[in-house]
Write a protein that binds this ligand. Sequence first.
Ligand code: FBP
Length: 305
Amino acid sequence: MPRENNIVWNIISACDEIAGYLSKSNLKEISGNTGEKNSHGEDVKIADKTANDIFVKHMEDSGNCFGMVSEEMEEPLFFDNGKNSHEIVVVDPLDGSANIGLGLPTGTIFGVYKVSDDRLKRSEMFLQPARKLLYAGYTLYGNQIIHIHCNGSKVFQATQDWSNWNTRKGQPASFNDIKIPQSLLKSKTQNYAINDGNYYFWSDEVKSWRDNLINTGGYSTRYSGSLVADAHRILMEGGIFAYPKDYKNKDGKLRTLYECGPMSFIFNKAGGYGNTYDTIPTDIHQKSELVLGSTDLCSTFPAGY
Ligand code: FBP
């Protein structure tokens, strides 16, 4: 598919522009609030809004996008320019926004779904389970820009060099078909990413699961406060990321459609586990519990409470 009508290329271009914006901006300034609240009642940071504007511009200009849902927009946006296209996009334009001002890792998470046959411009079109994704990925804004993509059969590290897109020549072979290492059998220390600060809000089941993990030994906590950064480590090295629902966040904290779904799809296709792979969202800004990682270790995590 030529580059110009390939929505994936438009998404990569948007992420590259967001990376440029983050690397050139006064981080303290852009981590300030716009004074607006997003659909979750959270303060919208200047960087969140700018990242969203950049994404909207690339999707609108591309002519390849029928519509999009974003963490930073209350309602879906449909593009006249894309009225003949067959794809819709869900996106968290800037994940881990609490890290922005400190220059710590952040990311963009996205998913591409097929337009519904009725082509009616309404939210329901986006309420699809992750297993129906055509494509998904995330971009990590760390000491390098890393694009991890999944085309439904493989998970790979995408390059910015279009001519190298299909061959991804020069990349280590392991980047072309990423498989998450299993965990329990591993001799080396295993990663677990969870906000232990929520311990007393967890169910007894989750508390004892975590205590058991600690008492077993051989685990290291790796938690940066950015889903993209924490999930990336788990995808590449094995282990588990969990954001359980708790007595504070009864439904969980992370958003089903544009955070949990794409991640569950990527981990599922990398031979791992993502608990929301089959979840059919009932609202575009619904929240879910999220468990991602090596299948064997994730199978020990208590489902719900
Ligand atoms: P946003 O920054 O996109 O709102 O993402 C939510 C998030 O920051 C995730 O990246 C991260 O995993 C989680 O919230 C951290 O939450 P907490 O500070 O409660 O551990």
